[in-house]
Write a protein of this length. Structure first.
Length: 171
């Protein structure tokens, strides 16, 4: 292959890799935040404590490591069996991605099979993070509905949140 063509091919691979890494990290960060919020909602918050106190608890929980959050969820009886195993696996994957993926994956820029394997691994991690997000979301929804929050209140809160995000993005 022409050296210029090889250079462009490597650059395109690197762009694809970094895009997938970024997306996977975003999914994992969302899962970390949702898991921390789930812990607060089910184990730390008290009825009638108010929004401000709840937001302080959530901020504190989000300041912990993902591993610490998983341990707290497990200790509170909110994770067990297969779901705990899935969280532990995604934590291991997250730690690999953050701490070891680059040195472990250098060949992906040059080698077709290493490139394909890395993309598959990144896609699998992102998909599992999304699946766990959905599971935690469903569990949280069931919990708040059991506390008397209606479907309409949940939907209205989601709409308010989306509006706030759009307004923040417009700034």
């Amino acid at each position: 292959m022409d050296p210029v063509d090889a250079h462009f091919e490597r650059a395109e691979r690197l762009a694809e890799i970094t895009q997938r890494v970024g997306f996977t990290l975003w999914q994992l960060q969302e899962l970390e935040g949702v898991a921390a919020t789930y812990f607060v909602l089910l184990a730390a918050a008290k009825r009638g404590m108010g929004t401000e106190a709840g937001e302080i608890l959530v901020a504190k929980a989000k300041g912990r490591t993902f591993g610490a959050t998983i341990t707290q969820l497990q200790a509170a009886g909110l994770l067990s069996g297969a779901i705990e195993e899935r969280f532990r696996r995604v934590l291991s994957d997250r730690n690999w991605l953050v701490h070891s993926s680059r040195p472990d994956s250098r060949a992906a820029v040059y080698d077709d099979s290493a490139f394909g394997a890395l993309l598959l691994r990144l896609d699998r991690i992102a998909a599992e993070a999304l699946a766990l997000l959905r599971e935690i979301g469903s569990r949280a929804e069931k919990h708040v509905m059991a506390q008397g929050v209606t479907r309409q209140q949940i939907d209205e809160g989601a709409i308010r949140l989306l509006k706030a995000w759009r307004e923040a993005d417009a700034i």
